[in-house]
Design a protein around this ligand. Structure first.
Ligand SMILES: [Zn+2]
Length: 334
């Protein structure tokens, strides 16, 4: 067993500090009608070899994003302690209740894990998971990768995604790691969606931290899966944790998202007809699409425009929209 803070009801049934390979569970107590003294069993593996860095790999932070879950399940099976210099801790389905339901958020408490850091040991199940990561897994590691995709509502051009650390030397280290991960695009985010993400928590712990947005639409494809599978290996090789990894197919294109003007939102309810495809280069004030009013067939559609120029790197997947839904967002070359 790995010690956890006294304030936390969460425990781990393997010793994450032991040498060798162990697979077990993070146990989050959850007393229900079906299971009075039960716990939620979140799979976790620790693979520890000789000297080297401690790396945390997570996916399923949002349950409907699959490249990372599949890549980490593969790694969990294949990685051996003889291959590893240092330690790799792998959690393929971090918000397990959400992942089991195929949803972004947990059906138990509607918790969006990536908006609840640093968590609360006495809070909801999802908040307890965040607190466990923040108080146990992040302090025992120095490097972390949290693998995301677009989920059910969004689809991305496959990219690595990173928020800039404040420190200049850290920025250089992060750039080198992002290049090594080798996604076709790397997007630097100036103003992230939230400061309560795993990424924000990892940076607060002084981690070298990377994230991704690989594909989306609650599915995975051969080319997006390969980016996740191989990117994880390339990052581990870059860190010196494993000796070899497949080379990237091309250098990563560095881009940035500067802020709200790169995002396009619906302001009315209806059916969105996009005027763009993912990867299009669009001009400032050009038409992004039209929102039709199926309940008022005689009413002219509402036009939506891009307020900046750039490359469409993310699009909404479902056609039905309500005010506040993100329809697309842009990035520009660094
Ligand atoms: Zn996500």
């Amino acid at each position: 067993m790995t010690p956890t803070p006294l304030s936390s009801p969460v425990s781990v049934d393997i010793d994450l500090n032991a040498r060798g390979k162990q697979i077990g569970h993070i146990r989050v107590p959850h007393s229900t009608h079906e299971s009075a003294y039960g716990w939620i069993a979140i799979p976790i593996a620790a693979v520890k070899g000789d000297a080297g860095p401690d790396v945390l790999l997570t996916a399923g932070n949002h349950g409907d994003e699959y490249e990372g879950q599949i890549a980490l399940l593969k790694l969990m099976r294949s990685l051996t302690p003889e291959q590893v210099h240092g330690r790799v801790i792998i959690v393929p389905r971090l918000n397990l209740p959400a992942a089991a339901a195929g949803r972004r958020t947990s059906p138990l408490d509607d918790g969006n894990l990536n908006r609840l850091f640093p968590g609360d040991p006495q809070g909801s199940v999802t908040s307890q998971i965040a607190h466990f990561v923040d108080s146990v897994l992040l302090p025992m590691t120095q490097v972390s990768l949290d693998i995301h995709s677009g989920g059910s509502s969004l689809e991305y051009l496959p990219c690595a995604f990173a928020r800039l650390p404040a420190d200049r030397a850290e920025q250089g280290r992060q750039q080198a790691a992002l290049q090594a991960f080798g996604a076709p695009i790397t997007i630097m985010v100036d103003r992230p969606q939230s400061n309560r993400t795993l990424s924000a928590a990892a940076l607060a712990h002084g981690h070298l931290h990377l994230s991704t947005e690989i594909g989306g639409g609650a599915s995975t494809r051969p080319h997006t899966q390969a980016i996740a599978d191989q990117g994880v290996l390339r990052l581990l090789a870059h860190l010196g944790v494993i000796d070899t990894a497949p080379p990237p197919t091309s250098p990563t294109r560095l881009m940035r998202v500067t802020g709200p003007s790169h995002f396009v939102y619906a302001t009315v309810r209806g059916l969105f007809e996009p005027a763009f495809t993912l990867g299009d280069v669009v001009e400032k004030n050009s038409l992004a699409g039209r929102i039709h009013f199926p309940e008022e067939p005689g009413r002219a559609p509402h036009d939506v425009h891009f307020s900046e120029g750039g490359v469409v790197v993310c699009r909404r997947v479902p056609s039905g929209v309500v005010p506040g839904d993100c329809l697309a967002h842009l990035a520009i070359d660094l």
